[in-house]
Design a protein around this ligand. Structure first.
Ligand SMILES: NC(=O)C1=CN([C@@H]2O[C@H](COP(=O)(O)OP(=O)(O)OC[C@H]3O[C@@H](n4cnc5c(N)ncnc54)[C@H](OP(=O)(O)O)[C@@H]3O)[C@@H](O)[C@H]2O)C=CC1
Ligand SMILES: CC(C)(CO)C(=O)C(=O)O
Length: 328
């Protein structure tokens, strides 16, 4: 039988996986908020350097998880709920509260979000459900409601949360994504992968947001720019080492992650990190999930986090000013 999938948060990432999972043969329902009318009327239009241009998908659409649960045939459940909203730990209601009406016995919860320590709210709320924690490399923006632009990278790394619980769940989801031409890799321990991705996000997300430009625009803006990014990444490396992740998250890995951006300078293919999209759209930024937790751990461990702290302080101020402007 076709797996039933509910996507919670149909922005850039949610739309990309709505497309891939529909291609894989799943019956996909997308929870849409600001883009509800557009997606209901016209579906999602996707332009992707990886998957192709002029792609269209028309998922079932719901405004809330409760509405999506009520639309299920009697006795059926969603096999997967894929969380692709932004990560705001400690927000009320929490995302776990929001998805609760659609979580059935046996529903696998798939978290596709940046940041660290974002999984606990789900394991606390749904101790008997499989949880898959994912790290995503997929630069994508919703440019207008239902219109999605994906650049040249697409990779989903995943593992069970907590490690070792429902160990077969990530493989099954990876195989499903594979049928939809998405690239998925399974890891026994996903946490070092999260920290490797943090090298990218702790540096590029606040830098792009604060400088209103892409990674490539920053790298070419001054002589010291590349060294500055590397020094931010090296603070993340120092923290990751104290947590035992040094085998993956080390100077070589920081250089590799930085070089992925440097390699795009020639072709001028800049990535505008998702925090910059938030600034442009007057939305809340994932400051705590991406920077707050890292700075806190760094200080607890006695690591020098001068640059990360500065970026955290500046990004927090930017975020609160954006929220204030929205209210005014
Ligand atoms: N975009 C990118 O290039 C990348 C993003 N990521 C990560 O992926 C995650 C998703 O990012 P991204 O796709 O960019 O985010 P977007 O802001 O594009 O999409 C989030 C979506 O969630 C929706 N949403 C939020 N709360 C609710 C709610 N209560 N009910 C219904 N819908 C809701 C938003 O609706 P509304 O429009 O109404 O606010 C929006 O459509 C983040 O953790 C991000 O850091 C990782 C790699 C790359
Ligand atoms: C930098 C990028 C695009 C890499 O996937 C990302 O993770 C983000 O925008 O949050």
């Amino acid at each position: 039988m076709m797996p039933r999938v509910l996507i919670f948060g149909t922005g850039g990432i949610g739309s990309a996986y709505t497309y891939a999972l529909t291609q894989a043969g799943a019956d996909v329902t997308a929870v849409c908020r600001s883009n509800y009318e557009a997606v209901k009327a016209r579906g999602l239009a996707i332009d992707s350097i990886v998957w192709g241009h002029d792609l269209h998908v028309h998922p079932n659409v719901a405004r809330t998880c409760l509405e999506a649960a009520q639309a299920l045939p009697e006795g059926e459940i969603y096999d997967y709920i894929v969380v692709t909203s932004k990560a705001f730990p400690a927000s009320k209601p929490s995302t776990a509260d929001n998805i609760k009406p659609a979580v059935g016995k046996g529903t696998t919860i798939v978290i596709i979000q940046n940041g660290i320590r974002i999984e606990q709210e789900y394991s606390a709320a749904f101790p008997d459900n499989p949880i898959i924690s994912c790290v995503v490399y997929l630069p994508v923006t919703q440019t207008e409601p239902g219109i999605i632009k994906m650049l040249n990278l697409e990779l989903l790394e995943m593992g069970s949360y907590p490690q070792g619980r429902f160990p077969e769940a990530p493989q099954a989801f990876a195989e499903l994504l594979g049928k939809g031409n998405a690239t998925a890799k399974v890891y026994e321990d996903i946490q070092p992968r999260r920290w490797s991705k943090l090298l990218v996000n702790c540096a590029w997300n606040p830098i792009c947001a604060l400088t209103l430009g892409s990674d490539v625009e920053f790298l070419t803006s001054s002589k010291g720019a590349e060294d500055f990014v590397f020094s931010v990444m090296m603070e993340v490396v120092a923290i990751a080492k104290t947590l035992g992740y040094g085998e993956l998250v080390n100077e070589k890995e920081a250089r590799r992650q930085l070089d992925r951006a440097v390699a795009r300078v020639q072709s001028n293919l800049g990535y505008e990190a998702s925090m910059l999209a938030d600034v442009r759209n007057g939305r809340r930024m994932e400051v705590e999930a991406i920077l707050g937790g890292v700075v806190k751990i760094g200080k607890e461990k006695g690591v020098v986090v001068e640059k990360l702290s500065a970026l955290y302080t500046l990004a927090t101020a930017l975020d609160s000013n954006i929220q204030r402007c929205r209210k005014d």
